[in-house]
Design a protein around this ligand. Sequence first.
Ligand code: PMP
Length: 431
Amino acid sequence: MRLDTDPYLERYAARVQGMSASEIRALFSVASRPEIVSFAGGMPNTASLDMEAVEAVAAALVREEGALALQYGGGQGRPELRELLVDIMRHEGVPAHADDLVVTVGGQQALELIAKCFVDPGDIVIAEGPTYVGGIGALSSHQADVRHVPMDDDGMRVDLLEEMLARLAGEGRRPKYVYTVPNHQNPAGVSLSVERRHRLAELAEVHDLLILEDNPYGLLDFDGRTWPSLRELVPERVIYVGTMSKTFAPGVRTGWVAAPPPVRDKLVLLREAADLCPANLTQMLVERWLTTQPWQEQVKRFRSVYHERAEVMLRALEAEMPAGVEWTVPSGGFYVWLTVPAGIDTSDLLAKAINHRVAYVPGRGFYGDGSGGDKMRLCFSYPPVERIHEGIVRLGELLHAELELVQAVYGDDIPDMRRRGPDEPGTQLGG
Ligand code: PMP
């Protein structure tokens, strides 16, 4: 058997043929070295959890209900947990009933099951541009044709979505659904304005659209504000995805979908085919966390941890970035989305950045079409405050040097390098 080529290549299903780990992915394995300040991984700050409380909850669970917790459960997820998740949704004003919910292995499994439920090869799914890497991964694994709608500081340009829908209708095509992360979006760090939410809901009615509303960061607004959900506006047209990863811990791998009953039933069947049922152990851990601990206080702590880090990053960017670099100013969530001047390609720059002991995710990973070469995502949730400052200083030095180089090589005749094939940073970034 030859190992320089993949000996199984001819046997793979068509949906797997195009999947391959990119060079970018290899670089990220280096980015976790301690000397590197990594703004790459979208990782929650689990160190700020009350570990004694988690330990007490876990110990009591095993002691008091161990046999049940270590047993199989039902495919839809435990009714007790679903009731509590409905209560979390109520904190953001999102209406739901426990019967509407399917518990999933994180929000990621929900995105994958929904893609599996609706997407045949070549089907169009509309997403924000940029959009969540794992969302693209779920869609590409079902060979969706992902079309991006540009964003600005108020989230998805719903006017451009309208134009796209009209164009598609002219070709006799309709998207299977519109995927959106309306709150503190990953990676753009912006939220969909209230006005645009209403317009999107209207468009959904006019164009008979299904919307996939993915909301991991809604409770992480730095000032504790919440936004009207799309599910609240057009419930029968929205499949809503939530997760405990950002309000508690990604390690419990507990997410959920709230869907209209016919879709919910299909999702339960698909998830039973994939993994039978969600883990009783972590479902029951989450139930105890929510019922015996002040979980809302923990969410407040997360908010202030992230708020502080965001401010440090934004101040450092102001001080350190060369002219021509632009970035979004988040009011919650984990991310700053940065645009570099023409002539710099963020995919190509990553190796140099890692050499300079700072890491980020190049923008191309967040588009299915290879655009985004002038963008990068900086995640402020994980590194300690002093490291954030240090990392931005390093990034500033690198960009200053790179701009000088670009000037020396191209003068005023700088080529446009924004488009080429997509990067695949993959899920090892933790989202
Ligand atoms: N959606 C978005 C927009 C995310 O950023 C993430 C995680 N980073 C997820 C879904 C999935 O997270 P999890 O599977 O941990 O719930």
